[in-house]
Design a binder for this molecule. Structure first.
Ligand code: PHE
Ligand code: FE
Length: 297
């Protein structure tokens, strides 16, 4: 179904104030209707991140980005990327108007469909936009869908989401934190140092630098239960990043049934976003890794 004229998101007045309202329908990417400005926004963001990410993003991401050969000067066509993706891992991109209701989103992932917002941000939003747009979704999320283990993880997450949704809202909160601290803001320890794999970071110039080079945030070893208990910030760079050793580690750690974990976590308090606990495995900038001692907490 193709919108007759491409529609920007509408805002609707509800009892929570104005909230963005999107159609949950899959929409055809209205490629011919992108303006010269839209293509320029893509070109600017693409060039900026492409120059910044070698030595910062993980090898798997950079290799996949290369393999996808997204055009630098114009917005990619979903159909072109889909030919590659389907062959590599069986994933496919579907166009959407914006953020989806949770269950709709999970159902797409569970069927190896990745929803991509069809519209791109305005030129005055290059550095920050408060909701996902085409650049975040495509440049941030799509390359790693070429990676077999990450591709499986994303599908498993979708299946886990359908399950958590049936269990209840607290389970969903726990599971959403896992997505946030891995898919969106994950770091990975590579042989030669810390690298980025989270899409929220690779699509952001400021956070690509900050997450690795600032001393301010915590960089803590991956710990499933800990992640599920840690609140996160949507309005600033992260206070804490969780570091995986490999995508295999991530996939294996999340393989068990989460139902008992959700039940246990329901009895426990959550941690503020910036909490560091005694005994946390802390990763320092560069390659260093150490253990927190008493008093560092
Ligand atoms: N093992 C999880 C469950 O039982 C499913 C899942 C896998 C969730 C991978 C997230 C990531 O719910
Ligand atoms: Fe995202």
């Amino acid at each position: 179904m193709n919108p007759a004229t491409p529609r920007r998101v509408e805002h609707q007045l509800t009892d929570k104030g104005y909230v963005p309202v999107y159609t949950t329908a899959v929409v055809e990417q209205p490629w011919a209707s992108y303006s010269a400005t839209d293509h320029e926004v893509w070109a600017t963001l693409f060039a900026r991140q492409h120059a910044l990410l070698p030595g910062r993003a993980c090898d798997e991401y950079l290799q996949a980005l290369d393999a996808m050969a997204m055009p630098a000067d114009r917005i990619p066509k979903f159909d072109d990327l889909n030919r590659l993706l389907r062959r590599a891992t069986g994933w496919e991109l579907v166009g959407v108007e914006g953020l989806l209701p949770e269950l709709t989103f999970f159902d797409h992932l569970a069927h190896r469909r990745f929803p991509v917002t069809w519209w791109i941000r305005r030129p005055d939003q290059l550095d920050y936009i408060s909701e996902p747009d085409l650049f975040h979704d495509l440049f941030g999320h799509v390359p790693l869908l070429m990676h077999p283990v990450f591709a499986d993880y994303m599908q498993a997450y979708g299946q886990g989401g359908v399950k958590a949704h049936a269990i209840g809202p607290e389970a969903l909160v726990n599971l959403t934190r896992l997505y946030w601290y891995t898919v969106e803001f994950g770091l990975i320890a590579q042989r030669d140092g810390l690298r980025i794999y989270g899409s929220g970071i690779v699509s952001s110039k400021g956070e690509s630098i900050y997450c690795l080079e600032s001393d301010a945030p915590n960089r803590i070893g991956f710990d499933l239960e800990r992640i599920m208990r840690t609140r996160y910030r949507i309005d600033t760079y992260q206070k804490t990043y969780f570091v995986i050793e490999s995508f295999e580690q991530l996939f294996e750690a999340t393989r068990p049934d989460f139902a008992p974990l959700y039940a246990r976590l329901a009895q426990l308090p959550s941690y503020p976003a910036g909490t560091v606990l005694d005994g946390d495995r802390v990763y320092h900038r560069g390659t260093g890794e150490g253990w927190l001692k008493d008093g560092d907490v």
